[in-house]
Design a protein around this ligand. Structure first.
Ligand SMILES: NC(=O)c1ccc[n+]([C@@H]2O[C@H](COP(=O)([O-])OP(=O)(O)OC[C@H]3O[C@@H](n4cnc5c(N)ncnc54)[C@H](O)[C@@H]3O)[C@@H](O)[C@H]2O)c1
Length: 266
């Protein structure tokens, strides 16, 4: 999808952080942009600031997704790019986090992208060229102490994106591209208090957004940032499990969430 000019783009979780920055980048590229978010107040503010359309959306609620789809398509006519970006995290030791929060993490991060993609799937396939983006995480490649349900929900999101991408290929729908995004920690505040491990400095939101936009334009299947994230799966396959665990410990990955505070206290 070389040019983004005139493309219709919907970004879930677009009111803040990475989604907001992506919306700005798409606007700069001449796209028609809609941001959809649970936080209605932030959504309205961002929509006004960026001059984009805003929609209330709860990705855990099929009725809300249908309402958002109807409103977006009424405004835009069609959809070319869907960015599944909405996400949440509750950091802390597994047993200290209420079960409801673990379950909600899966509902938003794993089932959310399935539900939203399901709602827009036929609309996207009907276009001459379309792109579906899944903002997962580098934690979808590893085990993350104090981020158990977050990391595992991202494993699920990556597995879904990968399966859908291959299904599209098998069905000959090569005009629908899937991009899976796996960044380590980004400076949006979602992971405030977390300590960036060795070789993975805190990423700047703009750098990640630029990489995603470029990946859409070149139909790239993965965005893995920083570079070392690309090697995690290789390392896991090559090293004995105990040695891989040691690498995760020594580089600080396994301790990185020990002091997570998140947005509320940032
Ligand atoms: N910040 C990081 O370090 C980091 C690293 C890797 C991946 N990610 C992923 O990037 C994405 C964006 O995160 P961010 O860092 O910009 O955080 P953020 O909190 O700024 O953005 C997430 C947005 O999702 C929205 N949201 C939450 N629940 C929702 C729901 N049920 N329905 C609709 N919208 C909902 C929030 O209101 C918020 O605007 C997330 O999927 C996150 O998991 C973030």
């Amino acid at each position: 999808m070389r040019t983004l000019n005139g493309r219709r783009v919907l970004i879930t979780g677009g009111a803040s952080g990475l989604g907001r920055m992506l919306a700005k980048k798409f606007v700069d590229a001449g796209a028609f942009v809609g941001i959809a978010d649970l936080n209605a107040r932030a959504m309205r503010t961002t929509a006004k600031e960026l001059g984009v359309r805003g929609y209330e959306l709860d990705v855990t609620n099929p009725g809300s997704i249908q309402k958002c789809r109807k409103a977006f398509l009424a405004d835009s006519g069609h959809i070319d790019i869907l960015v599944n970006n909405a996400g949440i995290v509750f950091g802390g030791a597994f047993a200290t986090i209420p079960l409801d929060q673990h379950r909600l993490t899966f509902e938003v991060n794993a089932i959310g992208p399935v539900s939203v993609t399901h709602a827009f799937y036929k609309d996207l396939c009907a276009r001459p060229e379309a792109s579906i983006v899944f903002v997962a995480s580098a934690s979808g490649y590893i085990g993350l102490p104090n981020g158990t349900s977050y990391a595992s929900s991202k494993w699920a999101a990556i597995g879904f994106a990968e399966s859908l991408r291959l299904e599209l290929q098998e069905e000959g729908k090569r005009h629908v591209h899937v991009t899976t995004v796996c960044p380590s920690y980004i400076d949006t505040g979602m992971f405030s208090g977390a300590e960036a491990p060795l070789f993975t400095p805190m990423l700047q939101t703009e750098v990640v957004a630029d990489a995603i936009v470029k990946a859409i334009q070149t139909n790239r299947k993965f965005v893995e940032l920083p570079w070392i994230v690309r090697w995690i799966q290789t390392l896991r396959g090559l090293l004995p499990r105990s040695l891989f665990d040691r690498v995760m410990h020594v580089t600080g990955v396994s301790k990185s969430m020990s002091h997570w505070k998140g947005k509320s206290s940032s």
